[in-house]
Design a protein around this ligand. Structure first.
Ligand SMILES: NC(=O)c1ccc[n+]([C@@H]2O[C@H](COP(=O)([O-])OP(=O)(O)OC[C@H]3O[C@@H](n4cnc5c(N)ncnc54)[C@H](OP(=O)(O)O)[C@@H]3O)[C@@H](O)[C@H]2O)c1
Length: 332
């Protein structure tokens, strides 16, 4: 049995800053849970970058290894539901927040956090999707369940080149919606069109200075990853009975809106929390991602890096510069 392994470790320095380095860690230092997993792949999410830069809303105790996503092979299990050698996925719950996460070659987690890798996905593909793909799929599931259909009109995706955004574009398109991708990176128009966007617009086109409670209806709904003023405008631009699934707070935690889009247009605003999604729904979403909702262009969405190369990608995602998904190969 392995005794030590490589991990990205974030430490608080005496001057209150945070430094990141790749270090050897002992398996004995992992939390006392039932299942030890050898991690083959992880993925970079905005939340990981917050943890890696000392955001106490995500991670309270340092030193810490971030990584809310991990896919790998069970090394040892005291949980009868799992056997050594099983291929598995762990996303969210407390992984990478206050439990050492997927930016280490081993994790130890409760069996209740584990999803068996569905047939139809490799470990690598499961992490190109990761929490971002899961969240996008969960959002599309909400939109469909709420009755908003492709014939109702275009669907807006905000933060479209990001991890959740790019997979939302791909998944809405796969579900036959016309997708309008709003982005701050118009140089990535071809990328967004290749994912299935029918139109790419500047993010400034989802803004308003009039302050009117209702704006001209443009969308059947939206999958919003940035929140704040863009979400406010998207709500006011949504047509009758439209559905907006929101998951992100890139523009902050505040949402200023009025009651009118909800009581005069019947707009539904649905919050997505991939972290506490219950296991039956979690498995349903992963099974969709492994079958009918598996994007054909997964490799085009991803850029691969090693643990050592992750440092610069963390800075890039914090600056809003991420395009698609960063896949972390833990075996490199
Ligand atoms: N609720 C959940 O379960 C859940 C799960 C996963 C993620 N999230 C949240 O969802 C959000 C996106 O996560 P992610 O991992 O996809 O992050 P990401 O890869 O960094 O993508 C965020 C995207 O937002 C856009 N953006 C950046 N700065 C902006 C600004 N000032 N104004 C407008 N747009 C801006 C950029 O896309 P463009 O350049 O294309 O505009 C950027 O690529 C985060 O807030 C994250 O915490 C929530």
């Amino acid at each position: 049995m392995v005794e030590s392994f490589k991990a990205l470790v974030v430490e608080e320095t005496s001057d209150g800053n945070y430094k990141r380095s790749v270090k050897q860690r002992s398996v004995d230092d992992l939390p006392d849970h039932d299942v030890l997993i050898e991690v083959h792949y992880s993925a970079l999410n905005y939340k990981d970058a917050l943890s890696a830069s000392g955001n106490k809303g995500v991670t309270q105790q340092f030193p810490h290894t971030p990584g809310v996503d991990a896919a790998g092979v069970i090394a040892k299990s005291d949980d009868p539901r799992f056997t050594a050698g099983d291929k598995v996925i762990v996303t969210s719950f407390d992984l990478g927040q206050n439990t050492p996460g997927g930016f280490g070659q081993y994790i130890r987690v409760p069996g209740d956090w584990i999803v068996p890798l569905p047939d139809g996905l490799t470990l690598r593909e499961s992490m190109i999707l990761g929490t971002a793909g899961f969240t996008a799929a969960y959002g599309v599931h909400h939109i469909k369940e709420n009755g908003t259909q492709p014939k109702d009109g275009p669907m807006l995706v905000t933060g479209a080149t990001g991890g959740v955004g790019s997979l939302a574009v791909a998944l809405l398109s796969l579900n036959n919606y016309n997708v309008v991708a709003a982005t701050g990176k118009m140089d990535q128009k071809d990328f967004l069109m290749s994912l299935g966007a029918t139109e790419v617009i500047k993010r400034e086109q989802v803004s308003d200075t009039s302050g009117k409670p209702l704006l001209e209806g443009r969308w059947a709904g939206a999958l919003d990853t940035v929140g704040g003023s863009m979400l406010d405008v998207a709500i006011r631009q949504t047509n009758h009975n439209g559905t907006i699934a929101c998951c992100g707070n890139i523009l902050g935690g505040e949402l200023n809106t009025s009651i009118y889009p909800f009581i005069l247009r019947g707009v539904s605003l649905m919050g997505i929390d991939s972290g506490i999604c219950l296991m039956p729904m979690r498995k349903t979403i992963w099974n969709l991602l492994a079958t009918d909702w598996k994007p054909a262009n997964l490799e085009e969405i991803c850029t691969e890096c090693s643990l050592e190369e992750l440092h610069k990608e963390i800075d890039k995602i914090l600056a809003g510069g991420q395009v698609g998904k960063i896949l972390v190969d833990l075996q490199k």
